[in-house]
Design a protein around this ligand. Structure first.
Ligand code: MLZ
Length: 457
């Protein structure tokens, strides 16, 4: 069987079969194409596909046997319960047609060669099989393309994004490429040509121009940029290549209008080591409910690793969150003895951020442990990798990269824009990183010499 498409990167099909695993459903990914329409895509649905099991260029009807993200395991009509010739396709490609398409455009429907003689009257058989069956809406592929292109941020636009070399500051960057909402950015002040940074437009790391100055966040930029921005904001007049505040979702309001204060202690995902939830402190309160959070015991000097979190961020937690949820809390680096919040607060003469300050909403997200996904490796965000949801704690997900040590795992929120369904990279024509395969050294095969007869001379 030929591989449909000519796909870039790793092919999920055989791997899903081998591991017998389920993919997280498209409806989990609100930032991805078709997530609002996918509840209608089900097993049993029929489509018309090119028939790769016959000698001529023709088409045939196939049934969805299993759905995995954007991918579907298909079986041609006539094979009955025989699964030998099942094959994987991506439902969001141009090669998938609703039933009736061949008749409309005048293409031949021809059954697979090996079963051509199985029925005398294929037409009668198909009518029986198709009665009451569902197919894709005729504009399905157009909808997919529409969703993919419905992105306000375009190549050439300018925005503010975290400085990957110094996470406590923002920098100005220009969009080089947009792939399904993911932006390939180039820092405007960078001398190097290939100094890129990948980030989804819905990531909390990107902001419209002028955001740093409006929020009081540190910004590495020229004086010229600063004053131009301030002017644009006060006049509410932007250039066509500016990324503007209206291109982003409005941030939530903090519950009860209550406010975090400098010095309050909390637990936070370590932005520089996403496998750890750490003891942390509110280092600075910015405007518009933004905070700078520092990880306790960090060795960086003068706050270069403080990190910006919105006060409604799902990645900061009240003191005791890890203990309640059976997650290992990472104590401050160099902390002596068993870490106990109660003692630590006393020792540091500090107080815990009140629980009521934290957003407690848990969306009905639908992710389940063992679900397969395509996940951005946020330590190397150009890479999208084959991954598994290894834990679900309320709205928090632990992502394990298949084949990699658990130290590479990442805690992410269920609504992160850095998680994609199985088949997303294929739809976007972006190379997917497969699981790491450990190459086992081949052990020498012992041959017992006595079993082999010497030939007589
Ligand atoms: N250069 C890195 C790549 C790790 C990518 C892991 N992705 C889950 C390394 O080889 O360590």
């Amino acid at each position: 069987t030929k591989r449909p498409g000519g796909m870039k990167g790793f092919d999920w099909g055989p791997y899903l079969a081998q591991t017998g695993s389920d993919a997280a459903p498209i409806t989990c990914f609100k930032h991805c194409p078709m997530s609002d329409h996918w509840q209608n895509i089900n097993t049993g649905m029929k489509v018309e596909l090119e028939n790769h099991l016959c000698d001529i260029h023709a088409f045939w009807i196939a049934t969805v046997v299993k759905v995995a993200g954007y991918k579907a395991l298909m079986r041609f009509e006539g094979f009955g319960n025989e699964s030998t010739y099942d094959f994987w396709i991506n439902l969001c490609t141009q090669d998938v047609h609703p039933v009736g398409w061949c008749a409309t455009v005048g293409k031949p429907l021809v059954p697979p060669k090996s079963i051509q003689d199985k029925y005398i009257d294929w037409k009668e058989y198909l009518i029986k099989r198709l009665t009451g069956a569902r197919t894709l809406p005729s504009n399905f592929y157009n909808k997919v393309v529409e969703c993919i292109n419905d992105i306000p941020i375009k190549k050439g636009m300018q925005l503010e994004v975290v400085d990957k070399m110094c996470v406590s500051a923002m920098k100005v960057a220009k969009v080089q490429e947009v792939v399904g909402g993911r932006l390939r950015l180039h820092y405007t002040d960078s001398k190097e040509e290939i100094d890129e940074f990948w980030c989804h437009m819905r990531s909390p790391l990107v902001h419209p121009i002028g955001w740093s100055q409006t929020s009081g966040h540190k910004l590495h930029a020229t004086q010229e940029y600063r004053s131009k921005c301030l002017n644009k904001i006060t006049m509410d007049k932007y250039d066509p290549d500016d990324v503007t505040p209206d291109m982003f979702e409005k941030k939530k309001e903090p519950p009860h209008g209550a406010k975090f204060q400098e010095g309050m202690k909390l637990e936070a995902i370590d932005p520089l080591n996403l496998s750890a939830i750490c003891v942390a402190t509110v280092m600075k309160v910015l405007k518009n409910n933004y905070l700078m959070i520092g990880i306790d015991g960090s060795i960086a000097q003068n706050g270069t690793d403080w990190f910006n979190y919105h006060s409604t961020s799902p990645c900061i937690f009240p003191v005791g969150f890890c203990e309640v949820n059976g997650i290992e809390l990472t104590p401050p680096r160099g902390y002596k003895g068993q870490f106990k919040w109660f003692e630590y607060l006393r020792q540091t003469k500090s107080s815990a951020a009140p629980v009521k300050l934290f957003d407690k909403e848990i969306p009905k997200h639908g992710f389940k442990p063992a679900n397969k996904v395509e996940a951005v490796d946020l330590m190397e965000p150009r890479l999208i990798c084959v991954a598994t949801v290894s834990r679900v704690v309320g709205r928090l997900l632990r992502i394990h990269f298949d084949g990699w040590e658990v130290t590479y795992d990442q805690w992410v929120d269920c609504e992160t824009a850095d998680l994609y369904p199985v088949g997303w990279c294929e739809v976007m024509n972006y190379g997917l990183e497969g699981p790491r395969v450990k190459i086992e050294p081949i052990s020498p095969v012992p041959v017992v010499p006595k079993l082999v007869k010497e030939s007589p001379f």
